[in-house]
Design a protein around this ligand. Sequence first.
Ligand SMILES: NC(=O)c1ccc[n+]([C@@H]2O[C@H](COP(=O)([O-])OP(=O)(O)OC[C@H]3O[C@@H](n4cnc5c(N)ncnc54)[C@H](OP(=O)(O)O)[C@@H]3O)[C@@H](O)[C@H]2O)c1
Length: 266
Amino acid sequence: MAQSSTCIITGANSGLGLETAKYLAKNNPELHVVLACRNALTANAAVSSIKTLDPQASLEYLALDLGSLESIRTFGNVCKEQMESGKMPPISSIIFNAATVHESDTYTKDGFESTFGCNHLGHFLLLHLLLRLIDPNYPTRIVFVSSSVHDEREGAPVPKPNFKLNIDQMAHPEKDTRNGSTVGGERYSTSKLCNILTTVNTAVRIDNHLPVARFCSFFLMTSSSTCIVAVVESIACDSGVDSFISSVKYFVNLFACSKKTAATHL
Ligand SMILES: NC(=O)c1ccc[n+]([C@@H]2O[C@H](COP(=O)([O-])OP(=O)(O)OC[C@H]3O[C@@H](n4cnc5c(N)ncnc54)[C@H](OP(=O)(O)O)[C@@H]3O)[C@@H](O)[C@H]2O)c1
């Protein structure tokens, strides 16, 4: 069967990304699923395991290291070439799922602090490269997988985001003498807040160009057995209304499910 559209999932070789790839490939035979991952071995194993379960599934692994701007640009170029040659069907969904947390000072290939560099900067560049490939008339869903840790009121046992930092301080933090889990947790929460702000901000800015694109952030709050999922979704903006609050309307879905079935809601 020829596939009619493509879903790109970052970090689909494990965890929620893998469950999402499995679910989408199994339940949407018309969908081509791209596992955008940095580890060829585990990504190819994921493709094989899904194909064993479901031989009709259409999947491929494409290399993507969110800690390297060069790798992200190469990934964007490969998608562009494959789409132009007709090998890759039009993009109908992108799931920015990959994430990392570093408790010590670690840097991406381009010298950015790794938690911020991969979770936010890497995905931000990828978003903008992929937006150029989206057909403005083709319905598209763009999902950032975030976390309740972006909001201290949710009470997650993780340090809250640091709202005082500017972009340079996030990319090139000063030496932090607090313990590693506090530093790493704060950087993780801050990067997840960046994911949500990117979702909201991009939905507002590109509305005129991609009227049919729908953005949502997917927050996860996990306990040992359940996963509370909140989906904040932007709906097409009213044209001519430019205030931030009134130009974006949201609806929020909140539901509880198992960790595994959380993937089905993506
Ligand atoms: N699990 C939870 O309790 C929870 C709670 C709230 C939110 N979330 C969010 O849900 C999403 C998925 O979480 P998960 O628990 O499924 O995570 P996970 O199992 O740790 O998977 C993370 C994925 O991100 C990939 N990744 C990390 N750094 C990368 C890089 N530089 N380039 C490309 N891929 C990279 C990993 O690849 P490698 O295998 O190569 O490392 C892995 O595939 C994340 O956005 C996370 O913030 C999870």
